[in-house]
Every structure is written in C-alpha cells, then in structure tokens.
Design a binder for this molecule. Sequence first.
Ligand SMILES: Nc1ncnc2c1ncn2[C@@H]1O[C@H](COP(=O)(O)OP(=O)(O)OP(=O)(O)O)[C@@H](O)[C@H]1O
Length: 575
Amino acid sequence: MFGVLKKIFSFAGSRKKLLIKAIIIAFLGALFSALQVVAIVLTLDCILLGKVDSIWLILLIMLISIAGHAFCSYHSINLETETGYCMVAEKRIHIGNRLRYIPMGYFNDNSLGNITAVVTTTLADVENTAARCLVLVLGGFLNTLALCLMLVFVEWRISLLSVIGIFAYLLATELSQRAAYKTAYARQHAQENLVEAVLEYIQGMSVVKSYGLEKDNGQTVSRAVDDSSKKALSLEYSLVPWMAIRQLIIRIFSISIVLRILFLYSAGTLPLSRCLLLLIASFMIYQDLESAGNMSNNLQLLGASMEQANAIDNTPTMDIDREELIPIDSSISFKDVSFAYGSQMILDHVNLTIPAGTTTAIVGPSGSGKTTLCNLIARFWDVQGGAIFVGGYNVKDYKLDSLMNNISMVFQNVYLFQDTIENNIKFGRPEATHEQVVDVAQAARCHDFISALPQGYNTILGEGGGTLSGGEKQRISIARAMLKNAPIIILDEATASVDPENEAELQVAINALMHNKTIVMIAHRLKTVRQADQIIVLNEGSIMQQGTHETLLQQKGLYAEFISMIKEASGWKLV
Ligand SMILES: Nc1ncnc2c1ncn2[C@@H]1O[C@H](COP(=O)(O)OP(=O)(O)OP(=O)(O)O)[C@@H](O)[C@H]1O
C-alpha cells in the first residue's frame, strides 16, 4: 500500500509540494475536528460539576472547530483537485513529447489503441482519484493516530488499545492490497483492450460496412466489454471479504474500548466525566480510518494505471541530447547499411550516394524496401549495420529536431490535422505569415480551391483532412513541405486518389516543390523516373541497378525487363 502511495508522490512530479500542502492542510482540518473532544470534556464538566460559566468557551471552541475544519477541507480539496489535473496534464504532455523521439518500431508493438487508452482513460482515472486517494488514505491514518495519541492525556490504556486497533486495521488493509494486486492489473488491461476494440471498430467502420461484418466486429467489442466487466467484478470480489474483515476489526476494537472503559469505571479508576468522554470518543475515533480503508480499495488500480503511463513515458528514446548540427550540404549517403524489421532483412549492406541538388528515383517491386529506405534517412528507425549520412554527418549524431529541419517528407497517405487549413500548411513553420502561406498555396496549386471554401484558409478540416479530396490533400501537404523549405525532400509519389484533372495540378505542385532541392522519390510514373538524375532499382534487400534511364535501359537488367513488361507489371505500378 505504501508503495502505491510513494508512486503517487513520484507521479506528482513538480506538483509534489502541492500534494504535501494538501496533506498538511487536511491534517490541520482533522486537528480542528478533534477540538470537539475538548469541547465535550468541558461540556461534561459543565453538566457534572456545574461549571456553567464555561459555556461561552465551549461555544467558542465548537465554532473554531467547525470553521477551521471547513476552511481546511475547502483548501485541501482545492489543492487535491489542482494537483490531480496538473500532474496528469504534465504527464500527458511529457508522453506526447517523448513519443516523437521513440523509434517507430515501438508503434508496431504497442498499438495505437493501447497508447490512446493509456493517455486518455487510464490517465483520467489517475487525474480524478490519485491525489484524493493519497490525501484521504495517508491523512486518514495520520488523523486517527493523532486522535488516539491525544487520548494518552485522558487515559493511556484506552489510547494504547485504540493504537493497536489502527495497526490491526493497517495490516488487514495491506493484505487486501496484496490480494487485489493481480486482479487490479488484469482489470486495467481489460479496460485498455476495451478502448482499443472500440477505437478499432470505429476507425474500420467503412471496411466493416463494405464487407457486411458489423455483427462480427461488434462481437469483438462485446467480448471486450464482457471481459472488462468480468475483470472489474473479480476485482470487487477480491476486495469485498477484506472490507468485511476491516469492518470487523473496527467493531471489535470499538467494543473492546467501550468494555475497557466500563471496566475501568467500575473498578473506580476512571471518574464519570472521563468515562463519558471516552465513550463518546470511542464512536468517533475510527471514522477517518474507515474512510481511508475504503479509499485504499482504489490504490492497486491506481498503481496499475500509473505503471502503464510510466511504461510509455520511460520507453527508451533515440538519444535526444545530440548536437544541433548544421549540415555541410544536402547530400545523402548510405555506407554499408543493413536494416531488418525483427528477423526480416530489408536492406542488406546497401551503399548509395545521393549528391546535393539531384533527384534520385527509387523503384522496385512492392515490398522491396523503398519506403523503408526513405524512412531511414529521416531516422524513423535506427539501422543495425553501417551508417547513413545527411549533409556529411551521421544521422545518429544529429539532434532529432535538427535532422528533421533539413528534411521534408510528402507521404502518399497524407495526414492533415483537425485544424484550419492555414495551420495545417504552417505545421512545419508555425511562425510563417499569412502571405507566405498564400504564396506556397499558390505554388502548390491549392489556393483556388481553398479560396472557394466559405471560410477560406480558416476552414477547419475534419480529422485526417477527411473533408477534402485525395488530390487536394496531396497538394496541401506539398504546400506544407514548400513552406518548411527544407533542402532535402523525400517524396512518395501519389498513385491512388488522384484523378487526371488533379494529376496535372499535382505535377505542377511537385515540380515547384522540387526546385533546387535534393530529392529522393519513390517514383511510380515513368515520366518522373525518366527525368531523375539517377534511378535506384531496389530488389530483395539490395540495389540491383543504379544509373540514368538511358544507361539502365542499355544494361538489359531488371530495369529494362520491367520497362519492357510495363503493361503487365502490376507490382511496379509504373504508369
Ligand atoms: N513497420 C513495419 N514493421 C514490420 N515490417 C514492415 C514495416 N514496414 C514495412 N515492413 C515490411 O518491410 C518490407 C518492405 O516494406 P516497404 O514498405 O519498405 O516496401 P515498399 O517497397 O515501399 O513497398 P510498396 O511499394 O508496396 O509500398 C515489406 O515486406 C513490409 O511488410
């Protein structure tokens, strides 16, 4: 139990001080509440000994007790809430930043749904309960302990008995935590699987509908719901017996205290006023302890949630703290590069030089590693053998941001954010002016269709840019790359989603983007390939051929074969 409380503390990060403040204030609140005991002592003296003149003092003490307790509760709850929200906001931002520096392989192993579930629902649980749990559990035990110790001044034997009660309760709470440990983790996983299943169901809705699989896919979600509720129930079932045991401990000790008081009174060692006081105190003494125990039921779940979030947050990054390097030029070279996805070898001892300011077209059958080769230049993955140099420096020596400042990537599957068109274009250069945005939009042939929209550049796009056509999205992504104005462009030439009318526009946009840059292009059109300064033919992990269109045709190798079979070569998509 204390392990989880410690975890909450360390999770609080820079908000630790707020949390400590909340606990101290809650403890002060409990002390104000305990003042009622003093008022009771005086009241009893007032009744039994006829000290009527102390009635105003009693009223004053009660007033201070109520006001002080209310004041402390107000501030402690405010602090708890603030800590909860701020610490989780900090964690979410931290995770968001870290994800940028995590190798792409991480996203293979940890599905999008799982990461989404942790960052949203799992952290929402921490946000809502962690700080409150810590204050109530820790505060509850401390308050009760303080109250019991205060009873030393009234009757030490009763104080001792009540402290033993606290430790018995603590022991039962600790055992209940151990019993709940495994089920809490299972419940947490089931909850994440549920979010993952729902996300996948919604994201794949168009495929599900087109294949008429609503029922089958719905069943996956139903199974996840079923599993999640079963795990939640089993967690509750594992806690219920311990809740009963804790209740029993409190009742046993409360009764023992009462019996002890009566025994001491009947033995003549306890005056009536003290006896009555202790009887009243025996009903109050374990109140905070009970709330602490009930709240502790959430601890293991919270522990599992925080561990999940920490696991993402602690994923090893590609060393972020590299230098801010300024490349000598915009050349790229691969020196004896080998790369595999797990055991699947994709590039095997590849050597390649791309001089600055030239265009290199990469061609090869589907699955030959064209996309992988391009992604390695931007260090989406780290190579297992050899090295890749950009502007004369190994990509691993660059600070990741400074490497990416030199590279613009235009993917085939364009992703636009749920934001204005202007902000989407400004994504790689947020400080750009509206005029600069319009300039690149004109060059990328998207100004006209943007201006025709009722909100123009302020039109908010749907998630993923869903409200635009494929060709329009492509051109916006080209404008975005143009505005970034990086010296190296990696371009996956669009094949799908472009109609002939859009294609001409797109070609003009691409030509404008390519001007005076080093281009690495996954080429699908014969026209583009022909114009390249060099063509790389990739196959089975190696560069099979390299040269211009004319020289490669003369070599009668793979390239020439493919060109001659171009009409049948479905794998190559050359058009
Ligand atoms: N993230 C990944 N994790 C594991 N394997 C991958 C990953 N990305 C690609 N692969 C595999 O690596 C191989 C090369 O893929 P890559 O996308 O680089 O080929 P490509 O030549 O660009 O293919 P295409 O022309 O069809 O786009 C394929 O067999 C693919 O299944």
